[in-house]
Ligand binder design. Structure first.
Ligand code: FES
Length: 85
């Protein structure tokens, strides 16, 4: 599990390993668009600030992965993930 934090609203929650980041974000009240939910359309792209995302999408470039992730497929390898929401 890891702790998911929303930087703007300051709320956070535990997310189980392998759990859906998109679902966890929405449960915390974040509005995140999604369409394919398979890491290929780009609709759910969000900016991350701290932590170690495991990306698993098929569209982000290595450079963009340093600042953004696809919430529908991303996991987290650190014990904390802070996103800009
Ligand atoms: Fe399509 Fe996430 S919903 S990439």
């Amino acid at each position: 599990p890891y702790r998911l934090e929303l930087a703007r609203s300051g709320v956070s929650d535990e997310v189980e390993a392998g759990g859906s980041l998109l679902a966890a974000l929405r449960a915390l009240g974040a509005k995140v668009d999604a369409s394919c939910e398979g890491g290929i359309c780009g609709a759910c792209e969000i900016r991350w600030l701290e932590g170690e995302p495991v990306h698993r999408d098929l569209i982000l470039t290595p450079e963009r992965r340093k600042t953004h992730l696809m919430a529908c497929v991303a996991q987290c390898a650190s014990d904390r993930l802070v996103v800009e929401l």
